[in-house]
Design a protein around this ligand. Structure first.
Ligand code: FES
Length: 614
């Protein structure tokens, strides 16, 4: 055995691996294919990566002392991101995240638009030179592909191989053109086969669609969890990693490129298309994702005045970025509006046509940042509200992402708490949608008041079954949602602190909406349509979202889920030159409001943290 390598055994799966001395235990787990949640990016700031070390006692770091109770420390519980492997370890995993199938969210928007593709394929019967017809090969190509009067340009490699290629193929071939530029020559008649891929590059999930470039038909869809997530759940932790870790930017870029290539492989396999037949990839991501994907430092987006390195759409050869489509194909990103309103929101606007709407429309995509668009064809505003991690289960005592074992729906009624667990298994924790449900229900029954406080002193007025759910331990007051089988958590609860975290998130989004309404000179009741995009939004109960004040108090018929609008935007961008021009128009037309520069923000935010009496 290499003396530098140390054995780690993970229980209960009994997986044994060897890692170099000094490896972080959380990385060792990953090497053993055990995914331990790490929403803070493995820096000891979330307390979610608990494991139990059973064969040896190790000292605790300051972060561990902060996150672990004395009881847990007594039992040998540690934070996996805080332990360096220097001695053989036997580790019991407590909070493994199952690599469940990434859910693919489709969209619910009109998909008809004119395909106006700038790529084309032509099957050409070239002239066969003879003693009488002394046409040279280059002229032969140019005349046959583009006619006499057009200038043509082509890659050097095609130019150099042209004589042998034409003869080998008996002067018949398919020419692939991008305007007057010859991208490739393909043997035989492949003129019917021209493909592209449209990507939604999300902070959490990456979704790719393989598209027929002639008719827009989607041939396959595939998704992966964004591998950058292990370096932080939100964009700010990724910026930190990219700018403070040696080689961090390169690691983030290559991991996302690798994931995109895996998705392309899967798409090709599912639809019997070769990667060489894919000539274009469009990508809609938030501004920071776009920077990381292109390997550009996002450092200055994270510092005032929050300036991105680029806003316009960028186009590069696939091979320069290591993307495995046709090497001479292109990768093109949707443009960004600002440092915190990116190509995914441009895709959302493009897909939903808010910028052409007569009705005053509010578009929201809720994540750790809530991106908000408000207006119509006359005037369109956007902003980004720092909602924090609560909606994704972060900073919530029993919080987790919406993966297997997460409670995603809660209702109170008939003398009990009803809940639904993703994967229909035992509950392990609660995700953002259920947190919204639970708080709305607690408000409705009066267990929490308008300030968000659990009214312990009024417990006696509630029926017994509700009273029993209100518990207090170690000076913490909580409402029990469900019991669990976990070692580190006996019950899934909503604590007073969790309610505060939710109030911060919903307060930020509601304040963003209010300020944009002020700017437009309307009140929230004038909003004629609300479009909710994104994964979190699609599973959100709109009645409860309205009850806690996350969305404005308008009739629910005005509220519509639109699903993965960014994917549809990326597809439109891929297939139509007009839509690309439209996207550039959107970034010129949309006015960005930087909330932190608004003097009224703090006041509105404080006001919006409160709940309205239901
Ligand atoms: S505390 Fe370990 S990943 Fe957050």
């Amino acid at each position: 055995m290499n003396e530098e390598e140390i054995v780690v055994i993970f229980q209960p799966k009994n997986k044994t691996i060897k890692v170099p001395a000094g490896t972080d235990l959380i990385d060792a787990a990953e090497k053993a294919n055990i995914i331990i949640p790490s929403p803070c990016g493995r820096i000891g700031k979330c307390g979610k990566c608990k494991v139990k070390i059973t064969n040896v006692e190790l000292p605790f770091t300051l972060q561990e002392e902060y996150w672990l109770t004395p009881d847990e420390r007594e039992q040998g519980v540690h934070l996996a991101c805080q332990v360096k492997v220097h001695t053989p370890l036997v580790v019991e995993t407590i909070s493994e995240e199952k690599a469940t199938e990434t859910k693919i969210l489709t969209y619910d928007l009109a998909t008809d638009f004119d395909i106006d593709n700038h790529l084309q394929k032509k099957y050409v019967d070239f002239q066969t030179p003879t003693l009488e017809n002394q046409i040279d090969d280059f002229k032969n190509l140019k005349t046959s592909a583009l006619g006499d009067n057009n200038a043509v340009d082509l890659p050097l490699a095609i130019f150099q191989n042209l004589p042998s290629f034409l003869r080998k193929n008996e002067f018949r071939a398919t020419v692939v053109l991008e305007n007057n530029h010859i991208l490739a020559l393909e043997s035989s008649d492949t003129s019917e086969r021209l493909f592209g891929v449209a990507f939604d590059l999300g902070t959490t999930t990456i979704v790719g669609s393989l598209v027929n470039m002639y008719n827009g038909e989607i041939l396959a869809i595939a998704a992966r969890t964004n591998p950058q997530a292990k370096h932080g759940a939100d964009v700010i932790s990724r910026v930190k990693y990219a700018t403070s870790e040696p080689g961090g930017l390169g690691k983030l870029q290559s991991s996302v490129v690798e994931s995109i290539n895996e998705i392309i492989d899967e798409l090709c396999e599912k639809s019997s298309v070769s990667f060489r037949e894919i000539y274009e990839l469009s990508l809609a991501g938030n501004t920071i994702m776009n920077h990381l994907f292109l390997g550009v430092s996002p450092r200055y987006i994270a510092e005032a005045p929050y300036i991105p390195a680029f806003r316009q759409s960028q186009r590069f050869h696939a091979e320069e970025l290591g993307i495995t489509i046709q090497p001479r194909g292109s990768v093109v990103t949707l443009p960004n509006i600002s440092g915190y309103v990116g190509g995914d929101i441009v895709g959302f606007i493009l897909a939903s046509s808010i910028h052409k709407a007569d009705k005053i429309t509010l578009g929201i995509d809720i994540g750790t940042n809530g991106e908000i668009v408000l207006g119509n064809k006359e005037r369109l505003l956007c902003c980004s509200a720092a909602a924090g991690p609560a909606f994704e289960g972060g900073q919530i005592s029993s919080g987790m992402r919406a993966t297997e074992g997460a409670i995603d729906k809660v209702t109170l009624g008939n003398d009990q708490v009803f809940y639904h667990v993703i994967g229909d298994t035992d509950p392990k924790g609660i995700c953002g949608t259920a947190l919204v449900d639970a708080v709305a229900e607690l408000l409705r029954v009066g267990i929490i008041n308008e300030t968000g406080r659990i009214v312990v002193e009024e417990t006696a007025k509630f029926p017994d079954w509700l009273q029993e759910k209100i518990v207090s331990a170690e000076k913490k007051i909580a409402f029990n949602i469900a019991d669990t089988n976990r070692q580190d958590r006996v019950a899934v609860q909503i604590t007073q602190q969790d309610i505060r975290e939710l109030q911060l998130g919903k307060g930020a989004i509601a304040a963003g909406i209010e300020i944009m309404c002020k700017e437009l000179g309307i009140s929230t009741s004038d909003i004629e349509e609300i479009l909710i995009a994104g994964a979190f939004g699609s599973y959100l109960n709109k009645n409860n979202a309205r009850a806690i004040g996350l969305i404005p108090n308008v009739p629910l018929e005005r509220v519509k889920y639109v699903g993965n609008a960014a994917s549809l935007g990326a597809k439109k961008f891929l297939l139509s030159k007009r839509e690309r021009d439209e996207a550039e128009k959107i970034i010129r037309q949309t006015e960005y409001i930087e909330l932190s520069s608004r003097l009224d923000f703090q006041e509105v935010f404080a006001e919006k943290m409160f709940f309205e009496k239901i």
